[in-house]
Each structure stands twice: as structure tokens, then as C-alpha cells.
Design a protein around this ligand. Structure first.
Ligand SMILES: [Mn+2]
Length: 355
């Protein structure tokens, strides 16, 4: 197991690499090129520069999050073939510089939805929350709220230049139901997995966040059955999952421990996002501190299921709260994620020494 930390790049992240290097047990960076729009090839020289910068700090770059899938691929438009060829070239370019895992998602329009990015907890810290009443607002209102509370930072999947077209984007999906979206996914994954196998890269799809339909948009990465379908449609270790314990648990009907056990045994989880959530009522929740006692998930059990089923991939702590006066991109401050990583490393050490 390698513990890694998400970083947006020198220009787009307030946290210096050296600070990340100082988190005990942190091996590497989950990196990205923030300025390459979905559908374009990631240039070798930019990947090389990112890798060199990260390695200079004593960290590794083996995981990328995310290489975004162009909307035309998800919609199944004729133009998709060109974007798929570009995606394959990006995979080759990343592999050439030692990248082993690429996290991505297949969510229409929005990468993820939270209704409050500054939900205040009793201890005065702030976190992201999702409350059903919040999505009774229009998509435009939600976008405005997200932009207003994310300060100077663009959030991943929330690029303003793309989301000005949100109404058109949502309309474009009116003829795409779950069945059609699955067909479009199958077309994409069948096209790219041979390239991944050739160059030794594992694709790792992130579950939908939240894992149920919103704004009438289709969703195909919601539960155990969807993950099983994805793993079966191209049966290859290169066709894997980023198991995000927070996202998958946002539907209380999902048994995160069973899902982790099954797909770790099937060798299909090269990357895990490990975080805790706390249900407020029904499906409403906020992103809790990682510690089990603070949320609704049993983090010991999550790490135990991974450990005992032979997990040998990458783990990163997921979103953290804003604490100790830190400001920055919601979910991606230094302090609370560093605490989360230390806690997860502690659980892992206890599991290793248990026998
Ligand atoms: Mn996640």
C-alpha cells in the first residue's frame, strides 16, 4: 500500500510540495495538469516537468486524477472518436513518465455535487455538505453558490468556462438514459483498454458523487451492480475502480465494506479514496473528519477489509475540513488531510502488527 496526497500543481495549489513531503508516511502525489481541457492530449513536456518537480521534493508521481472524459464521449456523438484517440495518446504519454494509475469518472455535466462548501461544524471548522433541499435549487443557482464559496480556486470538474453552458449540457442528455450511457461507456472503455494493457496503465473509475440521479441526469457508477457491470464489460485488470468510500456510502443502501472486499479480491481496486461521512438525516450528509467516531463509517473496518484482502494499490485521504484558520480550495486544505493520512497510516500499522 502506498499513501499518496492530491496536489493541483504549483500554479493552482496553495500547498508547497515540501509541506506534503513532511507528512509522515506520504509517498507520492496524485497529480494532474489543471490547464488541459477535456479532450486534448496531455503534452509530454508538461508531464515531464510535473514529474521532475515532484521528484525533486522526494515524492513520486504514479497516480493521476483526473484525465477528464470529453462530454461528446459520454453523449456518444460522432466526434467522440477523435477525443478517444487523444485520450489514448494521453495514456501513452503518462505511461512514458511512469504513471501507473489514472483516476477518471463518467458523470454527465457535473463531476460531483455538494450543496454547501462551508458547512459549519460545532467545533467551528467548515466542511462540504449535501442536503436534498439544496438541489431543489436550479443548477444555475448551485453553480453560483459553488463559485461564490470557492474563493479564488477553480474546483475540479467545475470549470466556469464549461459550466456557462450548463443548461445546454443538461438538455443534451435528455435522450441519454442509463442504458445509453452504459453503451457510450462500453464504446469508450473497449477502445482504450488495449492501449492501457500495452503500456501498463490501470484505469480507475470514480463512483458517481452522489451515487444517484440528480437533475434527471443518467448515472452508471452507483452501486455494486454497476461496478460489476463495468468490470465485466472489459474483463481486464487495467479496467479498475477508484473506490471512494465517501461517495459510494452516500447511498445508505450500498454496503461499502462488502463492495471493498469483493472488488479487492477481484484485483480491481488500484486506487482508494478513504474518507468518512456523517449522515444528518435520510441521505443528507456532511464530510466528517476521518476518525470513525466523528462520522457514520467504521474506518478501521474499511482499512481492515482492504488489508485482509491483499490490497496493494494507492490510498489517499479524501476531502478534509478547513481547520486552524486555513483557507484554500474547499476539501483540499493541508491540515485536516494530513491528520487523515496519519490516522489511516496508524490503522494500517496496527493491522500489519496484529498477527
Ligand atoms: Mn473521492
Amino acid at each position: 500500500m502506498d499513501m499518496v496526497f492530491r496536489w493541483y500543481g504549483k500554479k493552482d495549489d496553495s500547498i508547497p510540495l515540501q509541506y506534503i513531503r513532511q507528512i509522515p508516511g506520504c509517498k507520492g502525489i496524485v497529480g494532474m495538469l489543471f490547464d488541459i481541457p477535456a479532450g486534448e492530449v496531455w503534452p509530454k513536456e508538461k508531464i515531464k516537468a510535473l514529474k521532475e518537480e515532484i521528484e525533486l521534493s522526494g515524492l513520486t508521481l504514479k497516480v493521476i486524477e483526473s484525465v477528464n472524459v470529453h462530454e461528446d464521449i459520454k453523449l456518444g456523438l460522432e466526434t467522440r472518436d477523435e477525443y478517444i484517440e487523444n485520450y489514448k495518446q494521453t495514456i501513452r504519454n503518462l505511461a512514458e513518465y511512469g504513471v501507473e494509475v489514472i483516476c477518471y469518472n463518467f458523470m454527465p455535466v457535473f463531476d460531483w455535487i455538494k450543496t454547501d462548501l462551508e458547512y459549519v461544524l460545532p467545533d467551528g471548522s467548515t466542511t462540504m455538505a449535501f442536503e436534498k433541499a439544496g438541489i431543489e435549487k436550479s443548477p444555475e443557482e448551485i453553480i453560483r453558490d459553488v463559485e461564490n464559496s470557492s474563493g479564488d480556486y477553480t474546483l475540479p470538474g467545475w470549470e466556469p468556462e464549461r459550466l456557462v453552458h450548463v443548461k445546454g449540457l443538461i438538455d443534451a442528455y435528455k435522450d441519454v438514459d442509463n442504458k445509453k450511457l452504459r453503451e457510450n461507456f462500453a464504446y469508450f472503455i473497449k477502445a482504450i483498454i488495449p492501449t492501457c494493457e500495452e503500456v501498463g496503465v490501470k484505469m480507475a473509475i470514480h463512483p458517481d458523487d452522489p451515487p444517484y440521479s440528480i437533475f434527471g441526469l443518467p448515472r452508471i457508477v452507483k452501486n455494486r451492480e454497476d461496478l460489476d457491470w463495468i468490470c465485466t464489460v472489459v474483463d481486464s485488470p487495467s479496467n479498475g475502480i477508484t473506490l471512494c468510500t465517501g461517495s459510494i456510502s452516500e447511498d445508505p443502501a450500498n454496503d461499502v465494506y462488502q463492495i471493498l472486499a469483493e472488488f479487492t479480491q477481484r484485483n480491481r481496486i488500484p486506487f482508494a479514496h478513504v474518507r468518512n461521512i456523517k449522515f444528518i438525516q435520510d441521505k443528507d450528509f456532511y464530510e466528517a473528519p476521518h476518525l470513525s467516531a466523528e462520522g457514520s463509517l467504521d474506518m478501521y473496518k474499511i482499512m481492515q477489509v482492504l488489508h485482509d484482502n491483499g490490497f496493494d494499490g494507492f490510498i489517499r485521504p479524501d476531502h478534509g475540513r478547513m481547520i486552524w484558520g486555513e483557507t484554500g480550495r474547499p476539501g483540499y486544505g493541508l491540515y485536516d488531510r494530513a491528520i487523515g493520512m496519519s490516522y489511516l497510516n496508524g490503522l494500517w500499522e496496527a493491522l500489519e502488527k496484529r498477527k
